[in-house]
Design a protein around this ligand. Sequence first.
Ligand SMILES: [Mn+2]
Length: 321
Amino acid sequence: MNPKFAVIVSMLGQYKDRFTVYGVERTLAERFALASQVKDLTGVEMVYPFEFENMEEVNKLLIANKLKCSAVNVNLKADAKFHRGSFTSPYPEIRTEAIHYLKEAMNIAAVLGCFMVTVCPLADGHDYPFEVDYRQAWRWLREGIAEAGHYRSDVKISLEYKPSETRTHDIMNSAGIALHLCNQIGLPNLGVTLDIGHALFNGETPAQIVSLLAETERLFLVHLNDNYRDFDSDMIPGTVNLWDLMETLLYLDEVGYEGWLVSDVSPARLDPVRVTNMTFTFVQTTLLLLEKIKATELRRLIGEHDVLNTMTHILKSLREG
Ligand SMILES: [Mn+2]
């Protein structure tokens, strides 16, 4: 596997949680300057609308830093108008605006040549029982995504699911539901962003999700991060769940994934460049470990259905090389 690495460039700026603000505010140019210091980085995922206010500057920064835009990440949660939902807002004008955001982001993705948008509709869902008409909300979500999908077939829309946040329950809360949405609409330019941390936090096995999505050609994008399966902590991948990362990379290779591996890691208290370097070092080292384990032999053993033999092979290979 020859990984293509990108970073969500907003992660190189300031970060706020419920308690404090980490890091300093940085202009887009300053965030690009940090990105250019990351080893093996060739792409940046950029957030619409905030990072596209000046397209001329965006183009200049991409060229000057020899970076490609890997995908346009549509933000439908930060602006106060989306607090009660974007595609599923009770207000028709807000639903229209959410679809408009998605279409505009698709146009930008085409201009920049990545032909991919990723969208995580985190304001869509519910907090309380009896708050939302779930049937209506699902129809609105489906209609909104379908309208954008039909708008231009040359741009892929990758749907990023997440179990919760900003809502206590997000509407697109699992790989299965995201895939169901793609299949219900039935357009080939609809797919799914596997955020490994969201999958772990949701009790899923990321390698299984890779297989499931790839089987129907819906695996469009992968976000790298890690957590303790209890919160979306956006930690360096492999630091907590190294075996999951290893199995995920094995299956990404197996299905022939050629898309971006995107650092969606929050540096929080740590240095953003060092954290992003460590993110890719973890992936590269895990790929080397897989080589040590001899992936072909590992796959053969998986096919033999004796997990104790498989474990023996893995441990022996790691001990002896
Ligand atoms: Mn993500």
